[in-house]
Design a protein around this ligand. Structure first.
Ligand code: FAQ
Length: 328
């Protein structure tokens, strides 16, 4: 028995060594490949939180579908919100390839065990917020997700390719809403400025805690899951977005914002991390409302899930194939 244990330990060490060699050589890890348990857990955590964010992220903008100012804007917004549902589904499928079912992950969201992005706990008070979400929130999401296309885990990286293409359309539609408002009446320009004032800081928080407080970054980067640190991406976002705000004639709500010629970047003021912590603890302006909406959707959909499974069993289909199989 002792010899067997030693042999098993040796095999694990060899697997781990080969795994790290693959990661360093940029060879993708696929669902049936050997992977350390920690790598699997890290991916399930990140992919599921990402999937939940896409799904919960439909709610703030969906609030404006019935009140979009023109038929064209309504159609575009409908398509955008539908895209976010699609992103959630690709991501749940990617998590399924790691052995975590969508139902199990959804229950973790509903019980508060799994997180979703802090940004979706803020309310959409005016039509300009729909513009600000597309411009800033999708803009931040793209900044974070473009490097994830090179994630070491194949199904996640490949899902990101399509998601990023769609997010870039979302970002442009948001910017176009802001442009239309900024070229409009005084009241419309004020709406656009007010939306920027409310969404700017929460958008910066989307990138996660500062590097020195990031729990997962170091290991995640060593495994090739994350490609860049939270602060690096946040800085790139600021550098990209400030000139866009200037083009729109809007003012970033940060008195400390200043171009640093020597460093070739914008320096910006301190982020209110106490607010971030409070939102993560469930006390943001809309946390309870968001979870209540997801819980209602889950309960309302029970009859459909049961029907789907009953039909699958009657027809000899497996539960997995009834739900669309896995995304590789
Ligand atoms: N909100 O150690 P780190 C979108 C948590 S999709 C809530 O730095 P990590 C599309 C973190 O989970 C937006 N929690 O963590 C759209 C961890 O807690 P845990 C979502 C956050 O994983 C647009 C703890 O803090 N995107 O917007 C947040 O290395 C418009 C320590 O943090 C993704 O999920 C936060 N902002 O880095 C949809 C992208 N930040 O798990 C609709 C993939 C951190 O130990 C409309 N994810 N935490 O309990 C990632 O890139 C990473 O997971 C980060 C966090 C960068 C979010």
């Amino acid at each position: 028995m002792r010899t067997q244990e030693i042999e098993a330990e040796k095999a694990d060490l060899e697997n781990e060594r080969e795994f790290q060699v693959k990661i360093e050589a940029g060879i993708r890890i696929e669902p049936r490949d050997w992977m350390p348990d920690g790598y699997r857990r890290a991916l399930i955590r990140q992919i599921s939180q990402h999937a939940h964010s896409e799904i919960v992220g439909q709610l703030p903008e969906a609030n404006w579908i019935t009140r979009a100012p023109t038929l064209e804007r309504k159609l575009i917004l409908l398509a955008k919100v539908q895209d976010e549902a699609g992103h959630g589904l690709y991501l749940y499928c990617a998590a399924e390839t790691l052995g975590a079912s969508r139902d199990e992950l959804t229950l973790q969201l509903l019980s508060g065990k799994a997180r979703y992005s802090s940004i979706f706990n803020y309310p959409t008070l005016s039509w300009a917020d729909v513009g600000a979400i597309g411009w800033l929130v999708d803009g931040a999401a793209i900044m974070n997700q473009v490097p994830l296309q090179r994630c070491s885990y194949g199904p996640y990286g490949r899902a990101m390719v399509r998601i990023c293409k769609e997010e870039s359309f979302h970002q442009r539609q948001g910017f176009d809403i802001m442009r239309a408002l900024c070229e409009g009446t005084k009241l419309q320009r004020e709406m656009a400025q007010d939306a920027l004032d409310r969404w700017w800081w929460p958008a910066l928080m989307m990138f996660g805690p500062p590097d020195e407080q990031s729990v997962h970054s170091e290991q995640s980067m060593a495994w090739g899951i994350k490609q860049s640190s939270n602060d690096t991406l946040r800085q790139k976002f600021v550098d990209q977005t400030v000139p866009q705000a200037e083009y729109l004639g809007l003012v970033i709500p940060d008195d400390d914002l200043q171009w640093d010629d020597k460093e070739g970047r914008y320096n910006f003021g301190p982020i209110d991390w106490a607010e971030f912590a409070s939102v993560l603890a469930g006390n943001g302006p809309c946390n309870r409302e968001r979870i209540a909406a997801r819980l209602k959707a889950w309960n309302d959909g029970a009859w459909f899930r049961e029907g789907l499974l009953a039909a699958a069993h009657a027809g000899g289909t497996t539960e997995e194939s009834a739900c669309g199989g896995t995304a590789e």
